[in-house]
Design a protein around this ligand. Structure first.
Ligand SMILES: NC(=O)c1ccc[n+]([C@@H]2O[C@H](COP(=O)([O-])OP(=O)(O)OC[C@H]3O[C@@H](n4cnc5c(N)ncnc54)[C@H](OP(=O)(O)O)[C@@H]3O)[C@@H](O)[C@H]2O)c1
Length: 236
């Protein structure tokens, strides 16, 4: 289904991005993976049996432009690059909080603009949303929630501005990925607690989010969509 198609993934070295890379590869895609850590990119490319890898921070405009310099046609662009930038407004430096906007709004804009001349006519762009758009609850999530909601608005407007290129948003609920490694020894207990709160009784797997992303990439009538894959998390 993805034979000879070039899929570029910012955030392709881990978690949801890597799972999507793996599924796209098994369907014949050519891959470019982008991330900040060369080591992680190298490990991912080896695990996938080969991929073009480019080290770049998505918030660095010049570095993002380099990703596409001399690159071949782009059929699908996926942006999962980002961390969980949370912090209470009262006691967090705004520069730290605003990183959520840099990673989720500014960075994707740099990537999309740089890729524009390379997109095939039937290309798709998939941006990363999340449950915080509908449920901005939790400790210190004000700015990251605004960023995630902003991604949805950005995608809807771009789906019109960039036509016929399609622009969609994947909105995962809690998904067990290395994103939660920052919790250290609290990781397992935290995810267990989340699992018990969800209608499905467990958190998601990266592969489950990845298959939804491939659906949006490959179904040429899906456009301007925000696809929630959250185990019913928005309901509780
Ligand atoms: N897992 C969840 O429960 C969940 C739920 C909703 C939304 N999300 C969002 O989905 C996205 C992917 O999450 P994940 O769970 O797959 O996390 P992950 O396993 O930590 O993967 C994040 C990927 O993005 C890259 N990355 C991070 N910051 C970057 C930057 N500034 N520039 C370029 N690459 C960057 C990372 O590589 P480097 O560190 O080497 O740069 C890595 O490849 C994140 O934006 C996350 O907030 C996740």
């Amino acid at each position: 289904m993805f034979e000879h198609q070039h899929v570029v993934i910012f955030g392709g070295s881990s978690g949801i991005g890597l799972a999507t890379a793996s599924q796209a590869r098994s369907l014949g895609a050519k891959l470019t993976l982008v991330g900040r850590s060369h080591e992680k990119l190298k490990r991912a490319a080896e695990a996938l049996g080969g991929a073009r890898i480019v080290q770049a921070d998505i918030t660095d405009r010049a570095a993002v432009e380099q990703v596409f310099a001399g690159a071949e046609r782009v059929d699908h662009l996926l942006i999962t690059a980002g961390a969980y930038n949370a912090g209470r407004v009262a006691d967090t430096d705004p520069d730290i909080l605003l990183r959520a906007l840099d990673e989720r709004i500014a960075g994707p804009l740099y990537a999309i603009k740089a890729a524009l001349p390379l997109f095939s006519p039937r290309a798709s762009i998939t941006l990363m949303g999340g449950q915080l758009s509908d449920r901005p609850s939790g400790n210190g999530v004000a700015v990251i929630s605004a960023a995630v909601r902003g991604v949805e608005a950005l995608a809807g407007a771009l789906a019109q501005e960039l036509k016929p290129i399609r622009v969609n948003v994947i909105a995962p609920g809690f998904t067990d990925t290395p994103l939660f490694d920052v919790l250290g020894e609290n990781r397992t207990a935290f995810l267990q607690q989340v699992a018990e709160s969800l209608p499905v009784g467990r958190v998601g797997r990266a592969e489950e989010i990845a298959s939804a992303i491939l659906f949006m990439m490959s179904n040429a009538y899906v456009n301007g969509e925000v696809l929630h894959i959250d185990g019913g998390g928005r309901l509780v």
